[in-house]
Design a protein around this ligand. Structure first.
Ligand code: GLA
Length: 404
């Protein structure tokens, strides 16, 4: 359980205050603990589509988050209010079909259901939510919502679950109730990501290391193409099954292969020629990307930003050509960024087919980079991208305000 009253939450104080006031207005002051929870979004710096292949990733949290205020009820009703959607959702536990709830509430209900199955949670509660992680932009808004709900409920109902188990529980909730067969990167990054650090994560064991970000020398800038990721979910599940085909093929030659993360370059090279073209490319991406993640973590540890940036750019090329999850808008943002002096590297981030590009850039060129990205994008696509500079990377925290 995290009871954090340190400076970690100071940046979010005004949001928490707003949330508390909105909670009191909607549900009254009343007795009982009020739990406040915050979980940030994430951006993945390197390691695209490696997480569900038992591989490595290198994400970092961002300075946008989902915030929740929660209080226990005496009955079994779950009553939620979203300040962003100006909408409410209400249902009584146990509930097996959430389809009639608004989508934002389905994520929370999925987490509640998983806590019910694993820890017998069957008390009702009321909650108010707000957030500023852009929705559907590939910045982990779903994971932030799931983790904020899980951590808030754990604190409220005094349920002890490790951070890793919490992330897995949130991933299961997304598989079961939202229907996206996502990997585990987002939930782990959101839950354990640390301020001022990237997270070097082995997605099979969930072993991880916090690698310091060289924030005095470089900044993370995100460019949102504002192309909705409509195709993303169906293509995502399609890519997953293509990778499974690759595993089945390569297992014929080495039965210790359980995921593409187990395949080294030499085994792949030996048999690549016998593989179906599309499957070969998907495998080529995952196997080479996995190596890039390990090399990038090393470059970051050594503070070698030039090497890190080149690996980001190589990652983009492979996602574009081998994994085929990029689109013209993302390619153009990456090219413009890479052609700007002072930018170390750029790549698409998240599932693809829309969403965002992440750039690692020297501080002093940010204004010039912003200008160029907007100008070129407007020229080619007739609208501007949305740009964010990550000022700070937030951590997941909860605050328990006891009220006797
Ligand atoms: C989405 C998924 C993650 C990961 C990325 C691609 O963000 O939620 O699990 O697979 O796509 O790297």
């Amino acid at each position: 359980m995290t009871h954090d009253t340190s400076s970690l939450v100071s940046d979010s104080d005004s949001r928490f205050e707003h949330l508390q006031a909105a909670f009191a207005e909607r549900f009254g002051e009343g007795p009982g603990d009020l739990v406040l929870a915050r979980a940030p979004g994430r951006v993945n710096l390197v390691g695209g589509h490696t997480d569900y292949n038992g591989g490595f990733v290198l994400p970092a949290t961002i300075d946008r988050a989902v915030y929740m205020a929660l209080r226990r009820r005496e009955d079994q009703m779950v009553h939620l209010r979203s300040l962003d959607f100006e909408e409410e959702a209400r249902y009584t536990l146990p509930e097996s079909s959430f389809r009639q709830l608004p989508q934002w509430a389905q994520y929370v209900a999925g987490v509640v259901e998983e806590l019910h199955v694993s820890h017998g949670l069957d008390s009702g509660f009321e909650g108010v939510l707000l957030g500023d992680v852009p929705l559907g932009a590939g910045l982990g808004s779903s994971a932030a919502l799931e983790v904020a709900a899980a951590e808030g409920l754990k604190d409220l109902f005094r349920i002890e679950i490790s951070p890793q188990e919490t992330a897995l529980l949130c991933q299961t909730a997304e598989h079961e109730y939202v229907g996206v067969q996502c990997g585990v990167m987002d939930q782990v990054a959101v839950r354990v990501g640390r301020a001022g650090h990237a997270l070097s994560l082995d997605c099979r064991t969930l072993d991880h290391e916090h690698v310091p970000l060289p924030l005095s020398e470089a900044n993370i800038m995100i460019a949102d193409s504002r192309v909705s990721r409509e195709l993303a979910d169906s293509k995502y599940n399609e890519r997953r099954s293509e990778c499974e085909k690759g595993v089945a093929f390569l297992r014929q030659f080495d039965d210790s292969v359980e995921a593409l993360g187990d395949v080294d370059r030499s085994l792949f090279r030996e048999h690549a020629g016998e593989m179906e073209e599309a499957i070969r490319r998907r495998c080529r991406h995952v196997i080479s990307e996995n190596e890039r993640v390990r090399e990038s973590a090393e470059a970051l540890r050594e503070g070698d930003l030039a090497a890190f940036g080149m690996l980001m750019s190589a990652s983009h090329e492979s996602l574009r050509d081998n994994y085929e999850v990029s689109i013209a808008e993302l390619d153009q943002l990456v090219t413009t960024a890479r052609n700007t002096d002072g930018v170390y590297g750029a790549r698409m981030t998240g599932a693809g087919f829309g969403g965002c590009v992440v750039c690692l850039t020297a501080d002093e060129v940010i204004p010039a980079l912003q200008k160029r990205l907007i100008k070129q994008y407007e020229k080619q696509f007739g609208r501007a991208p949305t740009l964010y500079v990550v000022e700070d990377n937030l951590e997941t925290v909860t605050l328990n305000q006891s009220r006797a």
